[in-house]
Ligand binder design. Structure first.
Ligand SMILES: Nc1ncnc2c1ncn2[C@@H]1O[C@H](COP(=O)(O)OP(=O)(O)O)[C@@H](O)[C@H]1O
Ligand SMILES: [Mg+2]
Length: 208
């Protein structure tokens, strides 16, 4: 089973947007997908409730406590969205149960600075030190051709973390969150968006 967590302690960095898109991409690829949310506000849970039953099914991974019980047995891909401010014991517990961590970062100075402590905490965690979990950074709302994306790559070098891809700013992502329909649910994804997602999707399906 693939276990993917989307995390960044800063609110509004694009965690839930990434989580729902990943869930729908795997669902369209015939995986049995469970989407869970460590956030007590259950934003992805609400998103799922508003999603049409005619779309590729994404199941709700119910998480009732901080122990993070395993997803149901039939699950092939578990995706965990997380709240702002996740750190310490709760972060460690979640890291121990995941294979891949996707961290969306926007190229603003504030976002980068806010992520610094998180990157440090991640790199000190046993699961990461023992190489049991892969961490990949995603530049969110970043055009890969711009100065901003180069700055992000330079910034990440000090943590030895890979920038897996950059995903551009687009109103389509805002609509996806509002309507329950992601860019992957339709039959025609814009080739530019497809190109942005491909390195992340390849990175996620790669065996470790
Ligand atoms: N690539 C993007 N382009 C445009 N808007 C985006 C993009 N990614 C996220 N957003 C918007 O930014 C806001 C915050 O994103 P969200 O995924 O909810 O962040 P988080 O879960 O980290 O708090 C939402 O309104 C979402 O629609
Ligand atoms: Mg969120």
């Amino acid at each position: 089973m693939r276990r993917i967590m989307v995390a960044n302690p800063k609110g509004g960095s694009g965690k839930s947007t990434l989580a729902v898109h990943l869930a729908s991409w795997f669902a369209r690829n015939d995986e049995i997908v469970y989407l869970g949310d460590l956030d007590r506000q259950q934003s992805t849970g609400h998103w799922l409730a508003g999603r049409s039953r005619h779309l590729a099914p994404i199941r709700h991974w119910e998480i009732s406590n901080d122990e993070l019980e395993a997803p149901p047995k039939d699950c092939t891909v578990a995706i965990l969205d997380t709240p702002a401010g996740l750190h310490g014991k709760r972060l460690k517990l979640a890291l121990n149960k995941m294979n891949k961590i996707v961290v969306p970062v926007s190229p603003s100075r504030f976002d980068m600075l806010a992520s610094r402590d998180f990157f440090e905490e991640l790199s000190e965690t046993k699961a990461v030190r023992k190489d049991r979990v892969d961490i990949g950074i995603v530049g969110m709302r970043v055009d890969p051709r711009t100065h901003a994306s180069r700055q992000l790559v330079e910034y990440l070098q000090q943590f030895d973390l890979p920038l897996v891809t950059c995903i551009r700013q687009s109103q389509r992502y805002v609509q996806a969150v509002e309507t329950g329909v992601t860019l992957f649910d339709g039959n025609r994804i814009d080739p530019a968006d497809q190109l942005h997602w491909k390195p992340l999707l390849d990175w996620l399906v790669r065996r470790r």
